[in-house]
Ligand binder design. Structure first.
Ligand SMILES: NC(=O)c1ccc[n+]([C@@H]2O[C@H](COP(=O)([O-])OP(=O)(O)OC[C@H]3O[C@@H](n4cnc5c(N)ncnc54)[C@H](O)[C@@H]3O)[C@@H](O)[C@H]2O)c1
Length: 384
């Protein structure tokens, strides 16, 4: 049994709908799945737009209080970790205010609406003695981590091609109402910041930095109902479909397709990495699996990709959850990233390179801006 006394860290969460629920689940689950945590979490407060919603979420998820004022969380001396799960236009101000008061940060992606705003956030945290992490949770899928380990060990040889798609059907129906995600002022960009940002982050995580991008985008449905069933229409001023090409700094080229107009696709995040000595293929809708291809001896006719179930004890996070072969899901990635964060708060780990910090969040917005610029001008854009 450990003799150390864990630090107690008070937690405040901005947002209670949408992705915040995955963070609440992680906060509740962490202590019973990771024994002997270096940090004990005290769930202090939740902020959201509606008083009833914030109070209800606080009761449901075991927090002390709910509030409609995020400043109350930021200023509460009981809170040392601020988790920002609000829309993109409320990432900067509350996170910077929390950083100024010395709070550790976990901010949802994209870090900000554009690179200028993200740079302000990176500048606001870099010289402070706080831990800052961006919620690029797909880095914490065991199969993704395994892919990175194989690539870094040189098992695929030289990387030639990173091919990625992130598509769903969420906007296929033109009567689906307008939200903050369709508004440049609030979201920054559309499919680029919302979903391309995830696969751009994976591209950097797996392959390395990018030096140039190009691409085309489209707004498929330029107006949407203001609310469900409403006849009032609101303008959509951000792209919902993007097709791009990527050039990595050291090795390899990439292709990227992101769209919310793919009927039948649910949360179809895939990548394939082709190297001189083999290939890897991942599909989030089958997240426990990694397809691996290595050239086989001549004469074998059963050559081809093989599917590895990434749940063995010697795989990333193997044995943390259930026995071998007992699969895990999307929500587990949030538990893994929270565990990484609290280890960093306790000084047992650094956020980089396995998680994304605010510098990675900033670089990601530079890439998103470059994609938007490339589509606007029809030119290749160098990543500065
Ligand atoms: N990591 C992931 O896989 C993932 C998945 C979904 C969303 N996200 C990101 O999470 C963020 C939120 O997305 P969502 O889908 O959960 O959004 P959402 O619209 O479903 O929820 C936003 C929440 O923020 C609260 N909120 C908004 N403005 C506020 C304000 N001024 N004061 C207090 N509360 C406020 C709302 O009450 C709501 O609870 C976005 O940045 C999005 O890109 C990440």
């Amino acid at each position: 049994m450990s003799t150390r006394t864990p630090l107690t860290v008070g937690v405040g969460v901005l947002g209670y709908a949408g992705v915040a629920r995955a963070h609440f689940n992680a906060l509740r689950k962490l202590p019973y799945i990771f024994p002997d945590p270096p940090v004990r979490l005290h769930l202090v407060g939740i902020a959201g737009r509606s008083p009833a919603g914030a109070d209800g979420a606080a009761r449901r998820y075991g927090f002390d209080y709910g509030t409609t004022d995020w400043r109350r969380l930021v200023e509460d001396p009981q809170i040392q970790l601020f988790i920002n799960c609000s829309p993109n236009d409320t990432h900067a101000e509350p996170s910077l205010a929390a950083a100024e008061l010395g709070k550790h940060l976990l901010c949802e992606k994209p870090l900000a609406r554009d690179a200028r705003e993200a740079k302000r956030m990176w500048d606001g945290v870099r010289r402070r003695r706080i831990v800052h992490q961006v919620s690029y949770n797909y880095r914490f899928v065991p199969a993704v981590r395994f892919a990175r380990e194989m690539i870094q060990a040189g098992e695929l040889g030289e990387i030639i091609h990173f091919r990625t798609q992130y598509t769903d059907e969420s906007l296929s129906d033109p009567s689906t109402p307008h939200t903050w995600r369709q508004e440049k002022r609030r979201a920054g960009s559309g499919a680029v910041g919302d979903i391309a940002s995830h696969v751009l982050d994976l591209g950097r995580f797996l392959i390395g930095e990018l030096k140039q991008v190009s691409g085309m985008s489209r707004i498929v449905t330029p107006r949407r109902p203001a609310k469900a069933g409403s006849r009032t229409m609101k303008v959509v001023d951000v792209e919902d479909l993007y097709v791009g090409a990527l050039e990595f700094a050291d090795r390899g080229m990439g292709t990227l397709e992101v769209s919310m107009f793919c009927p039948g696709r649910k949360n179809f995040l895939t990548f394939e990495v082709n190297g001189t000595q083999g290939s890897l293929c991942f599909n989030l809708e089958r997240l426990n699996e990694l397809e691996v291809y290595r050239p086989e001896p001549k004469g074998r006719r059963d050559r081809g990709f093989k599917t590895v179930l990434v749940t063995d004890r010697d795989h990333p996070y193997g044995g943390r959850w259930w026995p071998t072969g007992h699969i895990i899901g999307w929500e587990h990635t949030f538990v893994h990233q929270l565990h990484h964060l609290i280890r960093a708060i306790a000084g047992e780990e650094t956020v980089r390179p396995l998680a994304a910090d605010f510098q990675d969040g900033y670089i990601n917005t530079v890439l998103c801006d470059a994609l938007v610029e490339a589509a606007r001008t029809g030119r290749r854009v160098n990543v500065k």
